[in-house]
Design a protein around this ligand. Structure first.
Ligand code: URA
Ligand code: SF4
Length: 195
């Protein structure tokens, strides 16, 4: 436990003054994570928006409030899952992070995955899925398709913000969250998983 504590401390220490990419220039706060660092499900979004940059907490804006409702619908408690992003600093005007920014920030995400050791990783939206699941992801075709990668199961799904424009995606997103929950429950019970 002491070792883990030390490793979390060094991750936070390294992150707090990070200048590894240009997104450091305009940030108010670095947005590292929310939720339970021992969670069995980890959610990965794209990057902070305005409210996240102001508060230092991921998924607290409009998309975040919707995400909270979807989690509840799927029987998940936000405090018991781990929530983070591909990039930890807000891209200007919420543009997609550039590949060099994502690559610069990915070592932090890898460290988060290694420390949390989730059973299931859910990629919220195309950008997260691109860097974590499949470089050539087509989210509308591949959402919900569980893949095993090393010690983890990964599920790509829509970004909650997509529902703000296209409400009809709601059922699919909730379905994928339910898949993640069921999978994590089965793994915790020690069941064999066949894909
Ligand atoms: N969108 C994201 O991808 N991440 C956040 O933290 C907030 C909105
Ligand atoms: Fe560092 Fe990531 Fe922020 Fe870029 S986005 S400055 S790599 S913490």
């Amino acid at each position: 436990m002491a070792v883990l504590r030390f490793e979390w401390d060094s991750l936070y220490n390294e992150l707090k003054d990070c200048t590894k990419c240009r997104l450091c220039e305009r940030r108010t706060n670095i947005v590292i994570a929310d939720g339970d660092p021992h969670a069995s499900i980890m959610f990965i979004g794209e990057g902070p928006g305005r409210e996240e940059d102001e508060s230092g907490v991921p998924f607290v804006g409009a998309a975040g409030r919707l995400f909270n409702e979807l989690l509840e619908e799927a029987g998940l408690d936000r405090r018991k899952v781990y929530i983070c992003n591909i990039v930890k600093c807000r891209p200007p005007q919420n543009r997609d992070p550039y590949p060099d920014e994502a690559e610069a920030c990915l070592p932090y995400l890898r460290a988060q995955v290694a420390l949390v050791r989730p059973k299931v990783i859910v990629c919220l939206g195309r950008i997260a899925a691109k860097y974590v699941y499949d470089r050539d992801i087509q989210i509308s075709k591949q959402r919900g398709a569980v893949k095993k990668a090393g010690a983890f199961y990964i599920i790509p799904t829509y970004h909650p913000a997509a529902l703000l424009r296209k409400e009809e995606l709601t059922n699919d997103l909730v379905f994928d969250l339910c898949t993640a929950k069921k999978l994590a429950d089965r793994i915790e019970k020690g069941e064999e998983i066949e894909l």
